[in-house]
Design a protein around this ligand. Structure first.
Ligand code: NDP
Ligand code: GDP
Length: 440
């Protein structure tokens, strides 16, 4: 008999779930990702496919394509002999019935809740919607897991955020730092954070918060500050745009990379040119050379048959923040973890370093909203401040301490601040050039 007024109410409990333990269930390696079309969702999908998972993703119906970050992973079942291991389902975090249906069909072993209205500035304009998706959406997913009778089997990852710290109370933030969100986005994510903790404590769910500090990449949404800067720098360097308009130049963030750096040569052979290449790289960046060497090892082993090929699949390549998400769910018990780079830099510094990559040095003149950034060589104003990009309440500085994740999960970011900027600027310059050629 069902107890209709409390814990254990479970009308949809599917048959066939008995006899599983959380560990045996995990071996099925079936992941469900909300927000699969986003920056992190697409990198996480790549990571999980590499690890042998079947990956199901929830996508929103849109009048235009919103799956561009996934195109390279999609296998059309009509054109491929082996069916793809990435399967997409229409859904929305505002639609409980749909979430219950998807989870009951997919029966995932791991769920990554990455779906969100993720833009802080937009959350001031769409506060209620942001609360609905980012806050209540998380509750809907957690309840859908219970409704499907999977609460003792599924591992659940919640994309929590350093925005929870908001008006920071300490020079460096970790799992013990009190929260003080400064935006509707931060407040919605705070609700989600505590729901995860509450469902873990109330129902024994394996539910974890990854409190991630900002992480960027060439796949970052175009209205986040880093990508806005690198795209504008690319356009300005090619003479397609004159100036970029920015908000608070003095805000500081702890910026990391969404995934491991991907500037890798897949077809390298150990000859003189490669050794020279590696030598030059070693002068520039140690993480880059290590990641190249690791990838080279993989490519080499993959070219050999049999058991060696399988071995390469378990080579623990660092994939920074999405790798960290996966590690959070593989730990023996559910806990919350901070993932951060451990460095903090200002928006101004990000702009200067981005311009430096295309050979432009800046001088700053004026103050406040009158401040401008001038290209020293040409004398052109390439940066201006526009009040409209300021937020009603600002998070002035974020600086994370991820020593818990380092100690317990063995996680550490591998991509440096300078390498991150270089990769983003170079990717945006390449795509801006391509568009110029295409247009001509
Ligand atoms: P993106 O903005 O790139 O992706 C957000 C994803 O959520 C998209 O796939 C989007 O779909 C989807 N989504 C939006 N609304 C809904 C909805 N109502 N129902 C279902 N899905 C929805 O974010 P990131 O990949 O950068 O971040 C992933 C998660 O991590 C987010 O929750 C974000 O808040 C959080 N986070 C991100 C940090 C960062 O620095 N990147 C730092 C800390 C936390 P669509 O493509 O259709 O818009
Ligand atoms: P957030 O940390 O999640 O808010 O990520 P963003 O990339 O949107 O913003 C990072 C910081 O950059 C915030 O403190 C913003 O106020 C600041 N910033 C300054 N100018 C801009 C701008 O033009 N766009 C955005 N998005 N942020 C800006």
């Amino acid at each position: 008999t069902h107890n209709l007024d409390g814990v254990g109410w479970n009308p949809f409990k599917a048959p066939g779930l008995d006899g599983w333990t959380r560990d045996t269930w995990a071996k099925r390696k079936v992941a469900l990702i909300s927000g699969i079309t986003g920056q992190d969702g697409s990198y996480l999908t790549e990571l999980l496919l590499d690890k042998g998972y079947t990956v199901h993703g929830i996508i929103r119906r849109s009048s235009s394509f919103n799956t561009s970050r996934l195109h390279h992973l999609y296998q059309d079942s009509h054109q491929s002999a082996c069916p793809g291991r990435m399967i997409l389902h229409y859904g929305d975090l505002t639609d409980s019935t749909n979430l219950v249906y998807i989870i009951s069909q997919v029966q995932p072993s791991e769920i990554y809740n990455l779906g969100a209205q993720s833009h802080v500035k937009v959350s001031f304009e769409m506060a209620e919607y942001t609360g609905d998706v980012d806050g209540l959406g998380t509750l809907r997913l957690l309840d859908a897991i219970r409704t499907c009778g999977l609460e003792k089997l599924v591992r659940f990852y919640q994309a929590s955020t350093s925005e929870l710290y908001g008006k920071v109370q300490t020079p460096i933030q970790n799992e013990q730092t009190p929260f003080y969100p400064r935006s509707p986005y931060g407040v919605a994510k705070l609700y989600a954070y505590w729901m995860v903790v509450n469902y873990r404590e109330s129902y024994g769910m394996f539910a974890c918060n990854g409190i991630l500090f900002n992480h960027e990449s060439p796949r970052r949404g175009r209205t986040f500050v880093t990508r806005k800067i690198t795209r504008a720098v690319a356009e300005i360097s090619l003479g397609k745009q004159e100036c970029m308009y920015m908000g608070n130049l003095d805000a500081k963030r702890d910026w990391g990379h969404g995934t491991f750096i991907s500037l890798l040569l897949y077809t390298i052979f150990l000859d003189v040119s490669v050794l020279l290449d590696l030598f030059v790289l070693s002068l520039i960046s140690l993480p880059l050379i290590l990641s190249r060497l690791a990838k080279f090892l993989c490519v080499f082993l993959n070219s050999l048959p049999g058991v060696l090929v399988k071995l390469t699949m378990s080579v623990p390549l660092a994939r920074d923040y999405v790798e960290g998400m996966w590690r959070v769910l593989q730990y023996r018990d559910p806990q919350d973890f901070v993932l951060a780079s451990g460095e903090t830099h200002s928006v101004r510094e990000f702009i200067e370093k981005s311009f430096a990559i295309v050979g432009i040095s800046l001088r700053w003149l004026g103050k406040g909203v009158e401040e401008i950034g001038v290209d020293i060589k040409s004398g052109h104003v390439v940066v201006r401040v526009d009040q409209k990009y300021f937020r009603p309440a600002e998070v002035e500085i974020l600086h994370g301490d991820c020593s818990k994740a380092e100690t317990i999960l063995g996680w550490k970011r591998t991509v440096t601040f300078d390498d991150l900027i270089r990769e983003m600027v170079e990717a945006d310059v390449a795509s801006a050039k391509y568009l110029v050629e295409d247009h001509n």
